[in-house]
Design a protein around this ligand. Structure first.
Ligand code: S3P
Length: 198
């Protein structure tokens, strides 16, 4: 099966959603930043501090090329992967690209307590997120097969949307009637809980 590649800005939830999606589909989950950290023996923040962003992008490109050659994986990519056309060509050769989107306000909220993103450290976060998101938007758009706005979705709802896109593209089959019933009941009971708690 083709790789399912998740792109999108920092903090949109590529990891948590990717892990859940991989679990649902019985695929391997890989995170390209984790592979870089393991290979280099230092964190992404330390790579940025010691060698700068340009060096990080070089390492990222090498890893993307390698990972893209595999199959049956959900690949969670770093937020800047889309800026390099060669990364996208490599990833699309054997994969479908799903971009996870979120509004700047939601991203700021989700990334609030995190300190492992060098591009968001020591700056006015709100400004930086808006600025980067504006600049990157066309790159996310043109490289994606599908874009899903996760701003108001739970992890489960986002995964369901991704599965729908994959079925539409005939990358995965329709679920059985039993599974469809189970999914319906799950979503129905979540809606029920929300309306009783509001
Ligand atoms: C980056 C996003 C990070 C990481 C690095 C650069 C970016 O990954 O690759 O800090 O340029 O947007 P996440 O998107 O997983 O935070």
């Amino acid at each position: 099966m083709k790789n399912i590649v998740l792109t999108g800005f920092m903090g949109v939830g590529k990891n948590i959603i990717g892990k859940k999606l991989a679990e649902e589909l019985g695929l391997k989950f890989v995170n390209t930043d984790d592979i870089i950290e393991k290979k280099e023996g230092i964190t992404i923040t330390q790579i940025f501090e010691k060698f700068g962003e340009k060096h990080f992008r070089k390492l990222e490109k090498e890893i993307i090329k390698k990972v893209a050659q595999g199959k049956n994986q959900v690949i969670s990519t770093g937020g800047g992967v889309v800026l390099d056309q060669e990364n996208i060509s490599n990833l699309t050769e054997n994969g479908v690209i799903i971009c996870l989107w979120a509004s700047p306000e939601v991203i700021r909220e989700r990334a609030k307590r995190e300190t492992h993103r060098p591009l968001l450290e020591g700056v006015d976060r709100e400004e930086r997120i808006k600025e980067l998101l504006d600049y990157r938007k066309p790159f996310y758009e043109k490289s994606a097969d599908y874009i899903i706005d996760t701003s108001h979705l739970t992890v489960e709802e986002t995964v369901e949307k991704i599965l729908k896109c994959l079925r539409f593209k005939q990358i995965i089959k329709m679920p059985s009637l039993a599974r469809r019933t189970l999914l319906f009941l799950r979503i129905f009971s979540r809606r029920d809980k929300r309306s009783t708690s509001s």
